[in-house]
Each structure stands twice: as C-alpha cells, then as structure tokens.
Design a protein around this ligand. Structure first.
Ligand code: A3P
Length: 287
C-alpha cells in the first residue's frame, strides 16, 4: 500500500492502523473483562466520548467512582495513544474497578468477554449516520496526523472514497455496524443513535441510567443531561489532560455532511449504505 494507505495493514479482510499490531489483536481477544466493566464499543467519531462521559457522570452521581473520564479510560484498548508507550489494554489491566473499557474493534476482533458477554458486563454501542461520521473522521484524522508528525495531506475527495471502500482504520463502517448489530437483542447491550441523543438527550440519559441499573432521582438525571450537551462538554474536552481529546469537540451537529459531500459522493454513500444495511433494520437520520 502506498501514500496515505501506507498507514494501514489488513487483518482478516479488515483495514487497521499500523499502530495496532497483530500481537495486540491476539492478546485483546483474551483480555479479561470484569463483571462491573462498562464497555463502549464504537466506530471512531460516532459518539465515543459523549457516551463515555455520560456513563462516568452516572457512576459518579451514584457514588460508584470519584474518577473523571480522563482517568477512568486510557483510550481505545487496542491502540497506543500518540503520547503513550504501550497499548491501552495493558494499562487497563491495572486500572481499579469500575473501569470504562473503550474499543473500536469490529466484533470479530473484540475480547470474547464483550462479544460473548457473561455475568453483568454492560456494553454501550453508539451509532451515527455514515456521512456525518465520515466528515468527523476526516477532520479528526487531519488533526491526529499533525499530532503524530505525519507529513501527508489528507484530501476529502480521496478520503470519502476510502471510507466507502473500507480503506480506513477499523475497516468498512457498514460492515462494522452489521457485525455489532447482531447483539441488538442481547441484554448486555444498549445501542444508541447519535441523532436520537442529539434530538432528546434527557431520554437517552434515562435509558442509560436504567440500563446501568443505577438508582438516580429525576433532578440528578436532568443535571447529567444538561452537563452532557455539546456546549457544556466542549470545555472539558478542550482542556483534557490527554492531547488527542482536545480535538474531539468540533461541531457536534447532525447534517454537517451537507457542507462537505458533493451530490455524487452523497449518492454513492446512499448506495453503499443501502447495499450493506438494507434488510438489517438499521436506518439513520441524516438531518
Ligand atoms: P464532529 O466532528 O461532527 O463535531 P468520538 O467521541 O467517537 O470521537 O466522536 C466525536 C464526535 O462526537 C465529534 O463530532 C464531536 O463533536 C461529537 N461530540 C462530542 N461530544 C458531543 C456532545 N456532547 N454532543 C454532541 N456531539 C458530541
């Protein structure tokens, strides 16, 4: 692979960043999930930090932790942060419970404790419409490459094709969705759409509180929802102790894709989504 694709390698048909090694993938499959772990399984840019922050706020309000999101998670377990020396799954093994475990892996590469959950583990899966996800990824990768000192220009016209053909880290987003969506009726799992959260955050927080089996009163739940709006979360993310988190809160809206996609690119995405998601029951709001 050349140019921008030189950052990728392929494992069992899925493109992955070269920052994720085969050794890590092998180790992660048997990573010990704890009974009281809360997992966020997300494709990048679909609301990972949003859901993580809400989960942490709920645990704190319930008196189950005093930690902040920055200290409770060390980023996607399979990745080595640009500023870290080892993959996060190693760091995670030493973090006291309750832990927030984040992964971007497709279901077939995820720890068995997540893909075949036992006991009480809870898995939150955010999902976002593929066009806004692609735009968000584009802006984030540009920032990440700068942070990593990658001296290459990322061009939208090429990137949008890469997303549609699965030539981005974690592969084809629609395949990723279909993989995890198999767990939709499993009681360990809660799927939440970014667009629904944006339209009614209070209901989403109530649903998460119930799913996590935490007892909180109505006014505490309202406060958590209020503190978790984009505007109220932005300052915390922008001032995070973790460098790559400072670029997360960008626009936080539904429909930003309209400012970026050409009509041809949009039609090609529609065809891709229809081909992959048609018949699965998975649909998205694009505005
Ligand atoms: P945009 O780039 O479209 O603004 P992730 O956490 O999975 O990396 O996703 C990042 C995306 O979620 C970014 O999207 C970011 O702005 C958005 N986001 C983060 N916090 C949010 C919030 N409280 N409300 C809405 N969107 C939020």
């Amino acid at each position: 692979m050349s140019g921008r694709h030189s950052m990728l390698w392929t494992h069992e048909g899925v493109s992955l960043s070269r920052l994720i090694t085969k050794e890590t993938l092998d180790a992660v499959l048997d990573f010990q999930i704890r009974d009281d772990d809360i997992v966020v399984a997300s494709f990048p840019k679909t609301g990972t930090h949003w859901l993580s922050e809400i989960a942490v706020k709920i645990l704190r309000a319930a008196g189950k932790t005093e930690e902040s999101m920055d200290t409770m998670t060390s980023g996607p377990m399979e990745a080595t942060r640009p500023t870290a020396t080892q993959p996060s799954y190693i760091t995670l093994a030493d973090i006291p419970s309750p832990r927030l475990v984040v992964t971007h892996l497709p279901i077939q590469f995820a720890p068995k404790g997540i893909s075949k959950p036992q006991n009480k583990v809870k898995v939150l899966v955010p999902m976002r419409n593929p066009k806004d996800t692609a735009v968000s990824m584009f802006h984030f990768y540009k920032k990440l490459w700068r942070l990593m000192g990658v001296n290459m220009e990322l061009r939208w016209e090429e990137f949008v094709e890469d997303v549609r053909s699965g030539m981005v880290s974690f592969g084809d987003y629609c395949d990723w969705l279909v993989g995890w969506w198999q767990m939709r009726d499993n009681p360990h799992f809660l799927f939440l759409k970014y667009e629904d959260m944006k339209k009614d955050l209070l209901s989403a927080v109530k649903t998460i509180v119930a799913f996590l089996e935490v007892d909180l009163d109505e006014s505490t739940i309202k406060d958590i929802a209020e503190d978790s709006t984009f505007d109220n979360m932005k300052a915390g993310l922008d001032n995070s102790t973790i460098a790559e988190r400072r670029g997360i809160a960008r626009k936080g809206i539904i429909g930003d894709w309209k400012n970026t996609f050409s009509s041809e690119e949009s039609a090609a995405f529609d065809a891709w989504c229809e081909k992959k998601l048609g018949g699965t029951g998975l649909t998205f709001d694009f505005e």
